[in-house]
Design a protein around this ligand. Structure first.
Ligand SMILES: [Zn+2]
Length: 462
């Protein structure tokens, strides 16, 4: 025993030294992280994907905290935890106490998720709010702040947009895909092409009321009775979107069908389109859609428009996960080397498969959009792996949210993830700080300017 005490006492200086060295290591890593995060905070961000909408687009409501939760990703976790979606109309007349009684427990059970943490980060950044979690008592004051800011949303949006550090957001208006007018001081138009593809196999029967693309076509003076006329109208929509300075096309069809787009000959598609849509089997309907998407890729090449594609996880509380498996797109990357494909969301949970395409194909780019919100830790892990394989001029970042608070939280999360991954790589001796700064600058800004050709729009070329 005596010997043991002696030995221990003799080793104390060594133990202290080891402890100090470990401390130093952590401090260096912390300070590397901090300097990368500080650098990221100075970047004026090009945000390559958003669904921002003016509150009045959801009807006439007095916005409070729960209206924002309702329109956020967090709501899906609340439902997953056993909570309830409440309509916006119902929310208008509901007290905060009543809402907390219905969803408070489920909300508490989501305190661990990235949907929760990124959402609350937006309030920590933009509001007078520092708490780690929402509670029955702190939401009273927070909700009152929301109400004041939303009483003049245009002013509030402008202030928050600047404070968060955005310069431009790409706006995907999937809920009104034919609208080409956007507030250009904030947004660049995205040409949302789902209806062109999905409705090609859903032509109204003679005498039926027109809806969707067929209704728009008639309004624009087009009549559609065969595939050629349908394509003529699609061509018109391309021209219109390009005139309105669309920066890319967007395919989010994994929400309603599989991402495998077979190469279907024109004659086959033409003959199927000529038949009444209700007589088509689901396989036949898919063939027309597949033809249309190939046609859209060719038009995108002609017009030099990158093609953004949703891959992987599907928002909400019920869908066919397998629809969005990135590997299903492989044939398109091979067939169209002239197209620029931008794959979204890390292909989660198939992040390795997704990264492999960015590595293999010069014309496949990776947009990290939404991945940190789905799982912060998977984003850290996957991004580290992607940086082993994929050159860093091929990454973008986007927010993918409906309200400015959530986009702001999403940006904070994105910068945090990138800084953490790069700090670790510096610590492992894989990278120096200068290259890490260049990577941050490119992911949050410069790559988008280059690939989406934004120089003129941003006033860099006259
Ligand atoms: Zn989206």
């Amino acid at each position: 025993m005596k010997n043991f005490i002696k030995r221990t006492l003799r080793n104390i200086p060594l133990l202290v030294l080891i402890f100090l060295l470990l401390q130093q290591c952590n401090l260096e890593n912390d300070s590397t992280y901090q300097s990368l995060k500080d650098f990221a905070d100075e970047i004026i961000v090009i945000n390559t994907h958003e669904h921002q909408r003016w509150p009045e687009e959801n009807g006439d409501h007095t916005y409070r905290l729960f209206h924002l939760i309702q329109g956020s990703y967090l709501m899906s976790d609340i439902v997953s935890a056993g909570g309830q979606r409440v309509s916006l109309n119902h929310l208008d007349s509901m007290s905060l106490e009543e809402y907390w009684r219905i969803n408070g427990q489920a909300l508490d059970h989501t305190r661990n998720t990235s949907y929760y943490s990124h959402f609350i980060k937006g309030f920590q950044k933009l509001y007078d709010f520092d708490d780690l979690y929402f509670t029955a008592s702190n939401i009273q004051d927070l909700s009152a702040q929301v109400e004041v800011k939303y009483s003049d949303y245009r002013r509030w949006f402008d202030e928050a947009f600047q404070r968060a550090g955005f310069e431009l957001m790409f706006l995907d208006q999937y809920w009104k895909p034919f609208n080409t007018d956007v507030a250009e001081q904030y947004y660049a138009l995205v040409f949302h092409i789902n209806p062109l593809v999905m409705q090609s196999s859903n032509r109204p029967a003679i005498g039926d009321e027109l809806s969707g693309i067929y209704d728009r076509a008639e309004e624009d003076g087009f009549s559609i009775s065969d595939l050629d006329e349908y394509l003529k109208y699609c061509d018109y929509l391309f021209t219109k979107n390009i005139e309105k300075r669309a920066v890319c096309v967007k395919n989010s069809m994994a929400y309603s069908r599989s991402l495998d787009f077979e190469d279907v000959p024109y004659e086959v598609a033409r003959a199927l389109f000529a038949r009444p849509s209700e007589s088509l089997s689901s396989k036949e309907a898919k063939k027309i859609q597949d033809y249309l998407f190939h046609w859209i890729i060719q038009k995108s090449i002609e017009n030099d428009l990158p093609i953004q594609i949703h891959t992987g996880y599907l928002a909400g509380n019920g869908n066919t996960l397998d629809n969005g498996k990135p590997v299903k797109l492989n044939n398109l990357f091979l067939k169209y080397p002239g197209a620029k494909f931008v794959l979204f969301h890390g292909g989660y949970p198939w992040t390795g498969e997704y990264a492999a395409f960015g590595k293999m194909f010069p014309n496949v780019y990776l947009d990290l959009v939404w991945l940190p919100q789905i799982s912060r830790e998977e984003a850290v892990h996957a991004l580290d792996e992607m940086f082993d394989g994929v050159p860093y001029n091929k990454f973008f970042w986007g927010g993918d949210c409906a309200f400015i608070e959530e986009s702001t939280g999403s940006l904070e999360f994105g910068k945090d993830v990138v800084a953490e991954v790069l700090a670790k790589r510096i610590e492992r001796g894989l990278l120096n700080e200068d290259v890490a700064f260049d990577m941050i600058q490119r992911i949050f800004r410069e790559n988008a300017i280059e690939v989406f050709q934004l120089e003129e729009r941003l006033g860099r070329v006259f």
